[in-house]
Unconditional design. Structure first.
Length: 375
């Protein structure tokens, strides 16, 4: 309880000082810990939106997989077992197909919160174990492909922009157009025939030679695990088998990244600060690296993030040609067999990948452009 105090000079009582209200904003002298940082608040908002997106994707994928015409009982049991009513009833009871669609969905969500993605109807193993086997193979392939695509695409885009309308620009534009236009499955077949069958320069078919033991299961990426374990022979085998599928997967995206980089660099070259940097006598390489490429990286990062997500989710054709045991092959077989738990698991993995990649791209925006960190 607050009390009034007496003024020693006049003897009059003075009212108590007003205490700040609980909801009032902290003043200029408030500790930094009490103020909410805009960038941290932005990250929390994006994480919350990402979780809602994943929830919406599970709902949409669940509805679409059940709307596809087809009978999962017939796809998994076969015609002979389909004629046995006891087998059909047991299959439906085991997989919860007798319940209503909303009940099945909420049951799936409850199991998902407990880390249970269900049991695959084609492999009869937990979907989580299947994804743990197939996802690292696709991640390894996509990582090598995106590194190749970024190295070639960004370099070619910068050269094309700097030499605008001259012969290097014309050649690079033709190459990028060819990379975007060539069908991936046709290019995969040509590369497989020429470099494996005819020339024998690179092996193909699987992540390791037949009968070879995989390295220690640390990350699931054979090249990384082999290096961590000091097994350089296995590293050479795994790396050599990555060359052909990663090159084919990167070819299309090299063209896309080249065109976007060229446009972003051309836009940055027209700014006043670039002309001022050149007027100061800075070397052209310094101008390009510090004053042109850095502001252009925001657009390049956006395209690179979407490209990596597309590589990870859309490698079915490349994995089929090169017998790569990745997520694309698993998703294809799951769709053929109407394996609903596996299809849901693949959709959830792809959704999480896109959400995480978009969040990382947004964080990198703040690293590249300081204005974003304080906005």
């Amino acid at each position: 309880m607050s009390t009034s105090s007496a003024d020693p000079t006049t003897g009059r009582s003075t009212p108590p000082s007003a205490a700040p209200s609980p909801g009032a904003a902290p003043g200029p002298g408030a500790p930094a810990s009490r103020r909410s940082h805009p960038f941290a608040r932005f990250v929390l908002i994006r994480l919350s939106v990402g979780l809602l997106l994943c929830l919406g994707i599970t709902m949409l994928a669940f509805a679409l997989t059940h709307a596809v015409p087809g009978d999962p009982v017939a796809a998994n049991l076969g015609q002979r077992a389909l004629g046995d009513p006891a087998a059909v009833a047991a299959f439906k009871e085991k997989n919860g197909l007798n319940d209503s669609l909303p009940s099945q969905y909420f049951t799936y969500l409850g199991n998902l919160l407990n880390g249970d993605l269900g049991t695959s109807q084609q492999t009869h193993r937990p979907v989580w174990d299947d994804l743990d086997q197939y996802v690292p193979a696709s991640v390894e392939l996509a990582l090598v492909a995106i590194v190749l695509a970024l190295a070639l695409g960004v370099t070619m885009g910068v050269v094309a922009a700097v030499t605008r309308d001259r012969w290097p620009d014309q050649i690079i534009r033709v190459i990028s157009l060819a990379g975007v236009s060539v069908p991936v499955f046709w290019l995969a077949l040509v590369v497989f025939y020429v470099f494996f069958y005819q020339l024998g320069w690179f092996p193909a078919g699987g992540r390791l030679p037949p009968g070879a033991e995989p390295p220690g299961d640390i990350t699931g990426l054979y090249t990384v695990d082999a290096l961590l374990g000091g097994d350089f022979a296995t590293f050479n085998d795994a790396a050599s088998r990555l060359v052909l599928p990663a090159s084919v997967l990167a070819a299309f995206n090299v063209g896309v990244l080249t065109r976007f980089t060229r446009a972003a660099v051309l836009e940055a070259l027209g700014n006043d600060y670039v002309r001022a940097a050149r007027a100061k006598g800075l070397p052209e390489t310094t101008v390009i690296r510090r004053h042109v490429l850095r502001p252009a990286l925001t657009s390049i990062l956006t395209v690179a993030g979407l490209t990596f997500g597309g590589m990870l989710a859309g490698t079915v054709l490349v994995e089929s040609v090169f017998s790569w045991p990745g997520l694309g092959q698993y998703a294809y077989r799951s769709a053929l067999n109407l394996d609903l738990p596996s299809i849901m698991g693949v959709c959830l993995v792809v959704a999480v990948v896109y959400v995480v990649i978009n969040l990382l791209v947004d964080l990198l925006y703040g690293v590249i452009d300081p204005r974003i960190r304080i906005s």
